[in-house]
Each structure stands twice: as C-alpha cells, then as structure tokens.
Design a protein around this ligand. Structure first.
Ligand code: SF4
Length: 301
C-alpha cells in the first residue's frame, strides 16, 4: 500500500504567520501568562500543542477576569471586531494582534465600503469568528447570506450594494450569488450602469481556492483520501467537499482514532490531506499510524 501526504497541504501563509507570532510571544513571556481569545485556529491538535507550551484559551467573558499585570492577550487569526480591541484597551490589557493580514485587509475594505454608504452583503456564516469581526467594522449592519435564496430575500434592492465573501467559503457559490444579484439589480435599474449600484468583490482567500485544482488531482489519484481537519474549520469543510467531488471515498477525520480500518480493505493508494489549519506534523502522525498498523498486520500474517 502506498500512503502519501498531499504536497500542497499544511498551514497556509496566514496561519504560519499567526502560529509564528504565538510561538514568539510564548518564548518571550517567561514571566507572563499568554492568553488567546477564542481558538487560535480551528484545529484542536495544534491548540493542544500550543497549550502544552503555556498558551491559555479564554472566552470573551473571561477577558474581564484576567489580571492586567503579567498578561498578554493574543487576537487569533480570524480577527476581532473593533469593540473587542476597545474593551481590552479599557481593561488596560496588553494585546498582541495575530489577525491574518488577509482578514485584516478584508475588514479594511468592508469598512471603507460601509463608510461610502454601501449596503454590505457578505457571503459567509454569521456565527463564524471572521464574520463577527467583519460585522463589527460596519456596526453590525452587514447582511450575511449563505445562499442565493437568502440573498434575494434579505437584500434591499433600492440601495447601492457591495458583495464580499468570508475568505474561506466556496468559490462556485459566491459566483452564483453574484450572478443572481446582478440579474435582479438589472430589473431595478432603468438605463443606468449596473456597476454604479452593484459591486461584487471576490474576497475568497487564494490560499484556499488556489488549492482546489491540485486537491482534485490528488484525490483522483488515490483510492481513498483521509481528509484531516478540525470539525469547526470552515475551509476544512469547503476543501473536503472539493475532494469528495473527485473521490467519493474521501473520509473526514479530526483525530487519528476516527480512522476506520475497514476503509482500507482492498486499497492500494491512500492519500492524506487537510485544511489550511491542519498542521503538517499531525498528517505525518496519521501516516505513521497507518504504516505501523500495516506492518503489524504483516507480522501477524
Ligand atoms: S486561509 Fe487565507 S485568510 Fe484564512 S488564515 Fe489562511 S491566508 Fe489568512
């Protein structure tokens, strides 16, 4: 059996930056407790690794309870709304911002469009940390939609509108929403230019959709695929579906113990891949586990 790890898998550029920053802060804080507000990234195994080095994950309500002396609070890769920064500032806390630069850039673009009077529409998940941050930069006034139907129902077509996307959503669905809104807007404008009243910005992250072609090829070249990711990872869900389209025998696992060895029956090639928040070291552990299992079976035979 050949077991291989996808070359294009592993942390994306933004997660590498965030994790590097956390490691640096932990190393330079021998005398201070380092906190992170919410999960640093959506991967429990990487969170456990960092927590073993001293990182403590807290909720927003716990922010008010931590001592302001000898503490550092890291803002995670998904970013936070301005209200969180203000609260931390009012509490006199030492904040280290590890927001992914691409998420920061998205917040800035949305804030600018909002200040220009656009109705803001975001294709995303309203409870996702990144969307909560986005919503905060436009006073909670953005309309978050997950489908064409929801967009057509919620948007006020009498207002000039700008459509954005949460960075980790699916490309095809974004363009479906864009097309549906354009068609609807055309019905409303009389002789005017569509791009004066409706602008769509593809703000999907290139580190997610840029992986799609290679991922499809990787999935198709293996008999089965183990897709390793945190269950809460948005890009994990989206890339898993990309994999599944190329290879119906793609299995989503968060933990090594979720592997069902019956999946391997009669299989020659196993591929291991994951989300942009799946650490390389964990995919290697999955590979090692499979190899050990196979060599044990050979000895028993
Ligand atoms: S997927 Fe993109 S937006 Fe999200 S952390 Fe990685 S680089 Fe940043």
């Amino acid at each position: 059996m050949i077991i291989s790890i996808d070359d294009s898998a592993g942390f994306c550029w933004g997660v590498v930056k965030t994790i590097d920053k956390v490691e640096e802060v932990l190393q330079n804080s021998t005398d201070e407790q380092v906190y992170v507000l919410g999960d640093i990234i959506h991967n429990p195994r990487e969170i456990e690794r960092l927590e073993a080095k001293g990182l403590k994950t807290i909720t927003h309500s716990q922010l008010q309870e931590i001592p302001k002396e000898k503490s550092k609070v890291i803002i995670r890769a998904h970013g936070e709304p301005p209200s969180t920064f203000k609260m931390a500032d009012d509490l006199g806390l030492n904040v280290v911002d590890a927001t992914c630069p691409l998420v920061q850039a998205l917040q800035n673009r949305i804030k600018k469009a909002y200040d220009m009077g656009y109705q803001i529409v975001v294709y995303g998940k309203k409870d996702h940390a990144e969307v909560i941050g986005i919503s905060g930069v436009c006073n909670g006034e953005c309309i978050v939609v997950k489908s064409v139907e929801e967009a057509l129902e919620k948007i006020d077509f009498s207002r000039k509108t700008m459509l954005f996307s949460q960075t980790t959503m699916e490309k095809q669905a974004f363009y479906e929403i864009k097309e549906a809104l354009e068609n609807k807007v055309k019905d409303f404008i009389d002789g005017g230019e569509i791009n004066e009243v409706f602008i769509a910005k593809n703000t999907l992250c290139k580190y997610v959709y840029g992986r799609e072609d290679k991922l499809q090829e990787f999935a198709a070249n293996n008999d089965i695929v183990l897709f390793v990711a945190g269950k809460n990872s948005s890009n994990g869900k989206s890339l898993y579906h990309v994999c599944l389209q190329s290879n119906p025998k793609t299995y989503f696992i968060e933990d090594i113990d979720e592997i069902n060895y019956e999946w391997l029956a009669g299989v020659e090639k196993v591929g291991i891949t994951g989300a942009t928040s799946t650490p390389q070291w964990y995919m290697e552990k999955v590979k090692e586990k499979l190899e050990n299992k196979l060599s044990k079976e050979l000895v028993e035979v």
